[in-house]
Design a protein around this ligand. Structure first.
Ligand code: GLU
Length: 497
């Protein structure tokens, strides 16, 4: 049970499918909370009606669950600060906005969208002209009464000091200083009655007793405003930590080009949650600049904010694939068979025989070394279905040229394949060691190079030039399939001759 005073939150806006950057923020907060024995809170920042997307929250929760990032307070689990949906807390923000207006820290703004658009257009390109021009900043009470009496509903804007500087401490970036004349009189409460992110976020972080704010770097420029809001509302600000941006290997902004865009897509491609967690933990944090593979327990044990870096984190899909392979190799045959079964059922070509679990249990040890994802990767390479299809096909039917690639003389090839049939049919135990012994002896007797002979057998049995060890593959394929494939190859050579 959480016992420390560390309280952190993941505060997504449900506007679309969560991507890697979103979940990296969630993960860092979760690790920080678990490391310190604190609480991890999920708060839904759903106050932007225009960008709201109905299915997004479901996807966010599903992603967190998939990654094993459980939350101590929030949707579904409740908690002492419920509701955890900002859209259900409007009264709280109205009250805060009211207070700010009353003490002069904020003011009513009656500007229509048209006027604001006009203002932007006419000031475009002018120096120091970003943001609001202060039109309503100093309205007299009489002017305000007149506008109110016209039935206009004002927004509430923060009255940002125009001189001086705002500074705050960020545990990743150190002391950050901002010139106030670069800051805007931001809207806190819109005329539709919904707060903007800034007001709701600050009020809730205070009311929910948030101790540390770990969030994406893009929010750094909003922090000076937040610092003013904390102070105007008489709140103590939390500790800030702005997490580094994530870039692709080409150092451009992370996008679909660099890998899947939605986090759940990684699940359908067969990435394992523990591998994802390990990989994402290294997007801006490291234990010692060299340790890569770390279990969840080890991450929780070692994660702290002092080793989060400032410089951009590089998202490298190849590293993720490698990491996934590492986790795949750590699984038991049973675990791996269970994990790959649904992917095989989904991804194997239609002409394959249905997947039998006992057969699968025998073949997963052969695949374990070779696969990086369970489903199709981005290029469908390294997936189980791709690596294993020949175990499930009725026949692999290589062409005559492929069969003769290693043993070029057709008569020798035919004789060697027939000899192979005899060995297989005579084998009492279809065991890889026995098979290897017999086939090695046969190669020697026929005066054939073992590597050429086995290369041909590999092509005949798997349809490929590379496979897991040949005799282990034979054993798993079983006598019947092997015999059928050799007979098929002999048929092909007879036709080709
Ligand atoms: N709702 C904001 C977001 O999506 C939260 C930012 C913050 O953590 O303060 O990303």
């Amino acid at each position: 049970m959480p016992g420390s005073s560390v309280r952190v939150r993941y505060a997504p806006s449900p506007t679309g499918d969560p991507h890697i950057g979103n979940l990296r923020t969630a993960l860092f907060n979760w690790l920080f909370a678990r490391h310190h024995g604190g609480s991890f809170i999920l708060r839904v920042e759903d106050t932007d009606q225009k960008r709201y997307s109905a299915g997004a929250l479901g996807k966010i929760q599903e992603s967190l669950r998939w990654l094993g990032l459980d939350w101590d307070e929030g949707p579904e689990v409740g908690g002492p600060h419920a509701p955890y949906f900002q859209s259900q807390r409007l009264d709280i923000y109205h009250e805060a906005a009211q207070r700010l207006v009353e003490d002069g820290s904020a003011y009513h703004c009656y500007c229509s969208p048209d006027r604001l658009e006009e203002m932007r257009r006419s000031r475009r390109g002018q120096k120091g002209s970003r943001g609001y021009d202060g039109h309503c900043r100093d309205l007299s009470p009489a002017e305000r009464d007149r506008l109110d009496s016209q039935g206009l509903v004002p927004a509430v804007r923060f009255r940002m000091p125009r001189e001086g500087e705002t500074d705050f401490h960020d545990i990743i970036r150190g002391d950050v200083v901002w010139r106030n004349d670069l800051l805007d009189d931001h809207i806190l409460l819109k005329s539709d009655g919904y707060p903007t992110y800034h007001l709701a976020n600050v009020v809730d972080d205070h009311l929910m007793d948030i101790s540390h704010v770990l969030r994406a770097e893009e929010w750094l420029s909003s922090t000076p405003l937040h610092v003013h809001l904390y102070s105007s509302l008489g709140y103590t600000p939390p500790v800030f930590a702005h997490l580094p941006i994530i870039l692709g290997p080409d150092r451009s902004k992370l996008s679909k080009r660099h890998g899947a865009s939605s986090a759940l897509q990684y699940r359908s491609e067969g990435f394992l949650p523990d591998a994802m967690v390990n990989f994402m933990a290294l997007l801006g944090w490291s234990l010692d600049d060299k340790t890569e593979v770390m279990s969840r327990e080890m991450l929780v044990h070692s994660f702290d904010a002092d080793r989060i870096v400032r410089s951009a984190a590089i998202f490298d899909i190849e590293k993720l694939q490698w990491m996934n392979g590492v986790y795949i190799r750590q699984m038991s045959s049973e675990e791996l068979a269970d994990a790959v079964l649904p992917y095989l059922e989904k991804d194997l070509p239609g002409e394959c025989t249905p997947v039998d679990r006992d057969y699968l249990l025998k073949l997963v040890p052969l695949l374990q070394e070779r696969i990086r994802t369970l489903g199709g990767g981005l290029d469908n390479a390294g997936s189980v279905a791709e690596a294993a299809s020949y175990f499930f096909l009725d026949n692999v039917n290589p062409r005559a040229e492929e069969i003769l690639d290693r043993v070029r003389e057709p008569e020798t090839a035919v004789a060697a394949l027939k000899r192979g049939l005899d060995i297989m049919e005579g084998a009492k135990e279809f065991d890889h060691e026995v098979l290897e012994e017999w086939f090695t002896a046969a190669a020697a007797e026929m005066g054939l190079s073992a590597s050429r002979y086995f290369g041909m057998l590999r092509m005949v049995l798997t349809g490929r030039t590379a496979s897991p060890p040949l005799f282990a593959t034979m054993e798993v394929l079983g006598k019947e399939r092997c015999v059928r494939r050799i007979e098929g190859a002999l048929g092909t050579l007879a036709k080709g001759a």
